[in-house]
Design a protein around this ligand. Structure first.
Ligand code: ADP
Ligand code: MG
Length: 275
């Protein structure tokens, strides 16, 4: 069975998760920074996938992360989401939440949602039901799809359907959607959990040009209400949405700034052209 969204924190067997929920304080973004990564190092058999990586994300910003294959982009997301523990360094969500001390489920519940490259929707369920299943509500509601939704919940699903361009496909089985539509649905499922931070790893891989463009619009719409981190290889896509870009290389930040600034950075040019 496809357990993707539950692995990301949508809590199926509620008890442990519901208990953890009370222990996690609300995120404190009073200093305008929602995510602090400081001097993070991760080694795999002596190989440094992350090497004293430091990165600060403003509350509500849209950040693009680029860098050659193997630069450490996915490992960085693994550290933020608790999948990988850093060997050293600190990772804080807001002022008070130490991410290195929480489980993956606790981090998802604290408000960090992650979309993996491969969409993990429930193919046999309708688009609407997928969003319903992902909704952050009382587990008794979620436990049964036939349980009645209140009007506020219906409105939230309708708003999300519109946002992800799937209103017309609400009753269609998710398995019938195009690859791009499945990616949007999965973003919608993450949104139902009301994350403060959204991590998107290569969201436009395999999309048509039109889908790519719509995904860029979606990312821009989500910023502000959420903080959005997009890892992407597609440079045209990044150029179209980027405000601030971080270039990773060999596990560290090589450059950071506007797309124009990083494109003209001699070290960045060397890393990309030297390959
Ligand atoms: P990116 O997403 O930027 O392409 P990754 O974070 O996936 O890079 O990988 C960074 C480096 O760490 C790569 O050399 C990769 O082979 C290595 N790596 C990542 N995960 C593991 C793992 N679980 N075990 C061993 N090596 C890994
Ligand atoms: Mg990767």
């Amino acid at each position: 069975m496809n357990a993707g969204i539950f692995a990301q924190g949508a809590s199926y067997d509620g008890d442990t998760v519901a208990g953890a929920h009370f222990l996690i304080p609300g995120v404190d973004a009073s200093h305008k920074t929602i995510l602090y990564l400081e001097d993070i190092s991760v080694s795999f058999d002596g190989f440094k996938a992350l090497n004293k990586l430091s990165l600060y994300l403003d509350d509500g910003e849209l950040r693009c992360i680029i860098g050659p294959n193997g630069a450490g982009k996915t490992t960085m997301m693994d550290v933020i989401t608790g999948k990988t523990r850093p060997d050293s360094g600190s990772a804080y969500f807001g002022q008070t939440i130490d991410l290195t001390k929480l489980s993956e489920t606790e981090i998802a519940h604290a408000g960090i949602g992650r979309k993996f490259q491969k969409p993990t929707v429930f193919e046999q369920h309708s688009v609407f039901e997928n969003l319903e299943l992902a909704m952050k509500t009382d587990k008794r509601v979620r436990a049964s799809l036939s349980a009645r939704l209140d009007s506020a919940q219906r409105d939230r699903i309708a708003d999300t359907l519109a946002l992800i361009h799937l209103a017309a496909a609400a009753e269609r089985p998710a398995g019938m959607l195009s690859h791009g539509q499945k990616q949007w649905l999965e973003i919608g499922m993450l949104l139902m959990q009301e994350p403060r931070v959204l991590l998107l790893d290569e969201p436009v891989a395999g999309m048509t040009d039109e889908e790519t463009e719509r995904t860029g619009e979606l990312c821009k719409t989500l910023a502000g209400k959420h903080s959005v981190v997009v890892v992407e290889h597609d440079m045209d896509f990044v150029a179209g949405i980027a405000n601030k870009v971080t270039v990773l290389h060999e596990g560290s930040v090589l450059a950071e700034g506007s797309m124009g600034e990083v494109q003209n950075d001699a070290r960045v040019i060397e890393v990309y052209l030297g390959r």
